[in-house]
Design a protein around this ligand. Structure first.
Ligand SMILES: Nc1nc2c(ncn2[C@@H]2O[C@H](COP(=O)(O)OP(=O)(O)OP(=O)(O)O)[C@@H](O)[C@H]2O)c(=O)[nH]1
Length: 403
């Protein structure tokens, strides 16, 4: 009554299935890239890489029945471009540079073997060996790029990618070794040898896993960029006041342990700038001043648009002398700047600056105590305004404890 069904994975089915899989993933990535407008994050390159892989496997499928120029020459040349395109995608997403000369070198190795087999009719082992070495080397390069990406965010995803790159490279180096031993038939695309079946299964797994991980990394990047945009002021690109208090409340313990300075910066007679050059002119001056502040702060500092024409800078792990130097430098530099308006007129501006310091090693930490330091810096700022503007004043009252 029962019919025994023998399930078998044969190479031709796997090759065709991988072609379909890569094609579907390529379409998915292209649609995601179009929908999200995230061209700069490498989804287009990733999609192109999958489309080429799909074409190569489609051509491999007809090996033995289709013309050799398509099923051998074109298929292998297409295959050689697959990993380099993923490396270009990594370069965009991970902001690392692609090793172009090594990519060209690996391509030349693969190409030489394929051309020798096609035009000079050398032994097929030579083609398998050079293609496998080239592809294995390309995957090692891809792993090296991914490893070189900095930042803790996405580190676990990068590890998964490199696991797959390592697995893929291993398969290709084993193929190269077998070809060296004269086993090209065992590893040919149409062979049903166990080596070939395992290699194709790894190929299917590779395309699925690396694509899923890449898409997840792209979406995580887009979310974090969107979060960051919401925390920044549209005109100046500096953090908003709300974002500032959120950020310091999460860093409170470190700030109070290492100490910090709070520098309040206010543009002088800004109403006059608006009156003389219009609101758009005033906006251009504000944006210029904000760029200046960003340039002068370190990565660990936080530059904020605190109010209309008022900024504040939190200098992390900073002594009173350093804060004073920073504040004086701001005032000196502002005095040297001029902003060119659309009508060709130049606008000059000055800053009044007040600062206060919270010494290192305090034990209490809260946003309330940060507000006390801000209040002290504000008092110093008003003293600078009262003393005639375009100058720095330090808060000279008793020191504030905590963050
Ligand atoms: N263009 C522009 N102007 C702004 C913006 N935010 C606030 N302002 C203007 O900044 C001006 C601030 O004026 P005041 O508070 O009198 O200060 P001030 O003229 O700089 O005088 P002092 O601070 O006393 O030196 C107001 O005219 C606001 O309209 C903005 O985003 N763009």
């Amino acid at each position: 009554m029962y019919t025994t069904v023998h399930l078998r994975l044969d190479a031709a089915t796997l090759v065709f299935a991988i072609s379909l899989l890569a094609f579907s993933l390529a379409i998915l990535c292209a649609l995601l890239a179009r929908g999200s407008g995230s061209r700069r994050l490498g989804l287009h390159e990733w999609s192109a890489s999958l489309a080429l892989a799909s074409l190569a496997f489609f051509l491999f499928f007809f090996r033995g029945t289709g013309p050799w120029v398509l099923t051998y020459l074109l298929a292998n040349l297409t295959m050689l471009a697959v990993v380099p395109l993923t490396m270009l995608a990594y370069a965009k997403l991970l902001k690392v540079s692609a090793p172009l000369s090594s990519m060209v070198l690996s391509g030349a190795v693969g190409l030489s073997g394929v051309l020798a087999v096609f035009f000079l009719e050398t032994a097929p082992e030579f083609g398998v060996f050079s293609m496998s070495m080239a592809m294995g080397f390309q995957l090692v390069l891809a792993a090296w790029m991914v490893r070189g990406a900095r930042g803790r965010s996405g580190a676990h995803w990068r590890r998964v990618l490199n696991l797959m790159h390592g697995l893929g490279a291993l398969v290709f180096f084993v193929r190269a070794g077998m070809a060296l031993n004269g086993n090209a038939v065992q590893v040919s695309t149409v062979a049903n040898s166990p080596t070939q079946i395992v290699a194709l299964c790894v190929g299917a797994l590779y395309f699925t896993v690396v694509t899923v991980v890449f898409v997840v990394m792209v979406s995580e990047r887009m979310h974090s960029e969107m979060r960051d945009r919401l925390r920044r002021d549209g005109l100046t690109g500096l953090y908003t006041r709300t974002a500032f208090f959120e950020m310091v409340s999460t860093k409170a313990a470190r700030l109070q342990a290492q100490g910090y300075a709070l520098v309040m910066v206010d543009m002088d007679n800004f109403k006059r700038i608006n009156d003389n050059f219009g609101h758009a002119g005033g906006d251009a001056v504000l944006a210029h001043a904000a760029r200046m502040l960003s340039q002068w702060t370190r990565l660990s500092d936080i530059a904020v648009r605190y109010g209309g024409e008022e900024f504040c800078v939190l200098l992390h792990a900073c002594s009173a002398e350093e804060a004073g130097r920073f504040a004086r430098r701001l005032v000196d530099e502002a005095g040297k700047q001029s902003v060119r308006m659309k009508d060709g007129r130049n606008v000059r501006f000055t800053f009044s600056v007040g600062y206060a310091c919270a010494p290192a090693g305090q034990t209490s930490h809260s946003v309330e105590s940060l507000e006390a330091v801000i209040d002290q810096a504000d008092q110093a700022l008003y003293a600078a305004k009262a003393a005639g503007r375009n100058q720095v004043q330090a808060f000279t009252g008793r020191p504030v404890h905590g963050v």
